[in-house]
Design a protein around this ligand. Sequence first.
Ligand SMILES: [Fe+2]
Length: 413
Amino acid sequence: MGGKDGPRFLSPAGTLTFDRNSMCGAPARTVGWRHPGYIHTSFLKELWPDSKYTYRLGHRLLNGTNIWSKLYSFKASPYPGQDSLQQIVIFGDMGKAQADGSNEFNDFQPGSLNTTNQIIRDLENIDMVVHIGDICYANGYLSQWDQFTSQIEPIASTVPYMIGSGNHERDWPGTGSFYGNLDSGGECGVPAQTVFYTPAENRAKFWYATDYGMFRFCIANTEEDWRPGTEQYKFIEQCLSSVDRQKQPWLIFLAHRVLGYSSCTYYETEGTFEEPMGREALQELWQKHKVDLAFYGHVHNYERTCPVYQSQCVANASDHYSGPFKATTHVVVGGAGASIADSEFTTSNIQWSHFRDFDFGFVKLTAFNHSSLMFEYKKSRDGNVYDHFTISRDYRDILACSIDNCPRTTLAT
Ligand SMILES: [Fe+2]
């Protein structure tokens, strides 16, 4: 590893793997099992912010010779609070597919290649990608993890590829997942937490904070309980409350299942327009800590709300917001690849639902500086923008009070 024309450095790697006994059931433990090989993780330290580095991965054979990968390059992250152009792509539920259609017997993620290709095409203008759960839909057929990582290699070798946990990574009956269904095909989270590195205190639990320049991301895990009194609730509160908004004004909450608002028929049938028990207590935290945006996947479509609190629009939905924070804008962006067939919207008129798209797509956030953020929703088929808005504000606007987020000023002087 080294900077442009600078000296080369060797950085040691730690190596992890897993075996069949750490799979929770079939097919991961039976016909879907294939040894994953060895996953090497190296931490590159003392990088200069925003500097370009090249690197390759090497392995020393028993006979003492070294084999090397091809050369990759990346730009080091800005330091937290740094004022520079920062561009983040966010989506859920992408999966993988074959350009030659050779997997037509199980073509469940038809939008996946379009999304991947649009991101690769725009990669020069992307600093980080967040894939919020339902990563590759291997569902217990482990070789599919290699297929997925090979599909995203041009992206993940160049920018941070951060993941959240979804039902297709984690859920399995009798293993402590919040939902006792079979969606992980017996993987129970093990491939996801081993193949991908997350800066979580406990990688199996999958909730973590990550900073990128002027952004703070709080990534929750809906496949574990998030309600008050749980470890995860404490984490969410800590993540949201510990950010210095003068340095990192853009505060983003992310989770796989829709803890906020969705008007898809699935949640309408539940009678909730959210994951049951989702926002019940969390909405107080989002409001108190002035979370700008909350993103979800799981529902395979796109939807943006007005700034909403307790199911009421606190401000009219708009293409431009300015001045003091009113309430969080909630966004479903689960249309990155997996079939949209069961993700229709309700035909009822929902006041907080501002913009809907029943198609494949993803979101891009651009922070120009500490007071200007642009949001764009792009379709995967053409990469064009179909919904967008901007936020303009100064630090005093974040300090100012709105509903339920700080005490009134005292009358004493
Ligand atoms: Fe899901």
